[in-house]
Design a protein around this ligand. Structure first.
Ligand code: FAD
Length: 303
């Protein structure tokens, strides 16, 4: 069922802070459009009317999501404020698709604003990692992390962190007190300090952002923000979000090699080991691991 308006969800969500990590949040600032907007813009291309048959409207959204017909999802816009560390904020605004120039060839910066560390005194609050939350460097993914250190070791790391960030905060305060320019003094603050900013993108790009930042290989801290953003987008655009979950977020897509691998696996059933792949099928160890993970997800092997 496509609701004509998402006003009720907006009333519920606009301005509300959704806490993330120890002192961060996401907050919906503004929304333009709803699931109905997506359908109306899509039907505009065929001259048919939205709202005549809710089931057909829903089917249309699902078809467009399935077939990557993305332009109709570009009409709704969502403006969200983040209070996050600089580490997370850098990843948030890495996505450039806020504004598109008219000539269709030039890309602008996203619609992003951030608290100015030149104009104002920055807060010295730093994201604190608790004793049990220190993750080991991943051995399989140089960008990722693995399991957590025992709490007893983590307690040392938390203490060291507290010492380092305490020195940074004191130094910042001293520099400001001495009259050093805000824009210069701020460089002593660590990347784990909190900042506040807002980013506005269209729905299509928020979904793309979510698909990357909710993924298991995204940094855990950023994933926590993505989960909070998903909690805002879903009730605002329930039909679109359901289609996104079904066809993108929780879908398994298979490469040509993976299809080959699965075919070989099925014909050799019940042998479950991707090692049956001839060496030339996956030259890359990581790709082979990803295939195995998909096969586990599909219930074809137990790992
Ligand atoms: C797990 C993970 C690890 C990452 N690691 C790194 C890293 O180590 N170093 C690093 O620098 N980045 C890293 N990134 C950032 C990543 O490379 C992308 O820059 C970021 O995720 C934005 O993705 P995007 O370009 O698809 O999205 P957006 O910038 O939001 O763009 C959305 C879509 O618009 C189109 N688009 C945008 N700009 C252009 C353009 N100029 N020309 C043509 N089409 C365009 C593309 O289709 C794009 O997919 C990482 C991202 C993730 C999720």
């Amino acid at each position: 069922m496509i609701e004509r308006s998402n006003q009720a969800a907006m009333d519920e969500l606009v301005g509300k802070e959704f806490p993330v990590l120890d002192a961060g949040y996401v907050r919906l600032l503004d929304v333009m459009g709803s699931d109905a907007t997506v359908v109306e813009r899509a039907r505009g291309t065929t001259g048919t009317k939205a709202g005549v048959d809710p089931k057909k409207d829903r089917d249309l959204i699902r078809l467009m999501m399935r077939k990557h017909h993305g332009s109709s999802f570009e009409f709704p816009e969502v403006d969200i404020e983040f209070r996050s560390t600089f580490v997370v904020w850098r990843q948030v605004i890495r996505h450039r698709a806020g504004n598109l120039f008219d000539d269709m060839t030039m890309w602008d910066e996203p619609s992003v604003n951030e608290l100015s560390g030149r104009y104002s005194i920055l807060e010295d609050r730093v994201q604190v990692t608790s004793d049990g939350e220190w993750r080991r460097q991943s051995t399989t993914n140089r960008q990722g992390s693995g399991d957590c250190f025992p709490v007893i070791e983590g307690a040392d790391f938390s203490r060291w962190e507290g010492q380092a960030t305490g020195v940074a905060a004191d130094t910042y305060a001293r520099l400001i007190n001495e009259g050093v320019a805000n824009e210069q003094a701020r460089k002593v603050l660590p990347l784990g300090s909190y900042t506040t900013g807002a980013m506005k993108m269209d729905l299509r790009n928020w979904l793309h952002w979510l698909s990357l930042r909710l993924a298991p290989d995204a940094q855990a801290e950023t994933r926590a923000y993505a989960q909070a953003v998903a909690g805002i987008i879903e009730p605002l655009f329930p039909v679109t979000y359901e289609a996104f979950r079904d066809y993108v977020l929780e879908a398994v897509t298979l490469s040509r090699l993976e299809i080959l691998m699965i075919r070989r696996h099925l014909t050799r059933w019940p042998s479950p080991d991707p090692e049956y792949a001839p060496r030339d099928l996956f030259e890359n160890k990581r790709e082979k691991g990803e295939c195995k993970a998909k096969m586990i997800r599909l219930g074809l092997t137990e790992g």
